[in-house]
Design a protein around this ligand. Structure first.
Ligand code: HEM
Length: 320
């Protein structure tokens, strides 16, 4: 069993708050970061005692630029780098900024709120909030597009195997590569599709959640493009914990995609299959309904969905 300090491999829960922060220039963010490390550890321990059945977790990810600014350990985790946009013929996975990412999970929305409030009180003097999304579990774990999301996730020991860095990078064993994307969906266009066409987009049957056979499954389905193997034919997996979010009165229907991986290259390969296509041009059909979000996140003049990659450090200490 690999030691992990941040409950990365916990199973999805009913409520989640995701948030992204960017350090303010010339602020005392280093000292605040140390307090955050202590707080994260405190929160994870405290809720085990206070609400044992609550399955609460608080996970803090550190962005590439922040890692450098904070003077974290060097050499860096082997596959840790700044995310470069992936430009497909039709859709681009853009890169936007973010220094610190929080993933707060609990059975009870009130616990997420309390953890978020504790964090915000400490971090807000030194950082601007770029994203805050409140995700919820929809029925039997369905994405807002109506399909069960998470079925092919690793379970049991496989969660550690695929989510946590192992002996290949001993200095960072127990850490994880976190990747997130905030998507908005064109729900009207999606709902105008027949159930059969929606099923072809995912490569799974909607009601039963059963995967199509390879003979039936379209090559541009989400399932076909995200099922990947290594050169020896072994499955390569990531641990996902996406949740829907919505503001129906504003017509906002979204998915906050989040995954943990032992190698960033696994996540990257899936993204390349989705955006560039496999073969090139055969891009993921769900992207026709899962569009870049127009948000108040401006990065070098681009208005874009939030996309970022982070590293979860095992010890969460300032080292170096
Ligand atoms: C709009 C955003 C997305 C939605 C709504 C979505 C939803 C889904 C759904 C419903 C499934 C089928 C059930 C299952 O979870 O196994 C699935 C599978 C999967 N998705 Fe996504 N997904 C999204 C984005 C992504 C992204 C960006 C990646 C990779 C970086 C990804 C990776 C995967 C993987 C690896 C599987 C399992 C494939 C398999 O082994 O059959 N998804 N997703």
């Amino acid at each position: 069993m690999i030691h992990q300090s941040q409950n990365i491999t916990d199973y999805p829960n009913n409520n989640t708050i995701f948030s992204v922060w960017k350090f303010k220039e010339n602020s005392n963010y280093k000292a605040v970061f140390e307090r955050l490390c202590a707080l994260v550890s405190n929160l994870n321990h405290s809720y085990v005692v206070r609400v044992p059945e609550g399955r609460t977790s608080c996970i803090m990810g550190i962005g590439y630029e922040a890692w450098l600014k904070l003077g974290m350990s060097s050499p860096l985790p082997k596959e840790f780098k700044s995310f470069e946009p992936i430009e497909g013929e039709k859709y681009t996975a853009v890169a936007t900024e973010g220094d610190i990412h929080f993933h707060l999970r609990a059975m009870n929305a009130g616990i997420c709120y309390e953890m978020a409030k504790d964090i915000y009180e400490i971090i807000s003097p030194v950082a601007d909030n770029l994203v805050e999304v409140h995700g919820f579990r929809l029925w039997d774990g369905r994405s807002i597009l109506g399909f069960v999301d998470g079925t092919e996730n690793p379970i049991g020991d496989e969660r550690e195997k695929f989510a946590l860095v192992g002996d290949e990078d001993p200095q960072y064993k127990g850490g994880s590569y976190l990747f997130v994307q905030k998507y908005l969906h064109n729900l009207k266009a999606w709902e105008d599709l027949s159930t059969s066409d929606q099923e072809k987009a995912f490569g799974r049957y909607k009601l039963s959640d059963v995967e199509m056979t390879d003979e039936v499954k379209p090559t541009n389905s989400h399932s076909a493009l995200t099922s990947i193997t290594d050169a020896q034919g072994n499955d390569l997996k990531i641990v996902r914990d996406n949740l829907p979010f919505s503001n129906p009165s504003k017509g906002e229907f979204g998915t906050y995609f989040i995954c943990y991986a032992n190698k960033f290259s696994t996540t990257l390969k899936m993204l390349e299959n989705m955006y560039l296509g496999n073969p090139i041009g055969n891009y993921d059909r769900i992207l026709d309904f899962s569009t870049a979000v127009t948000m108040l996140i401006i990065n070098k003049g681009l208005t874009s969905p939030y996309i970022g990659n982070y590293f979860i450090d095992k010890n969460m200490n300032l080292r170096g």
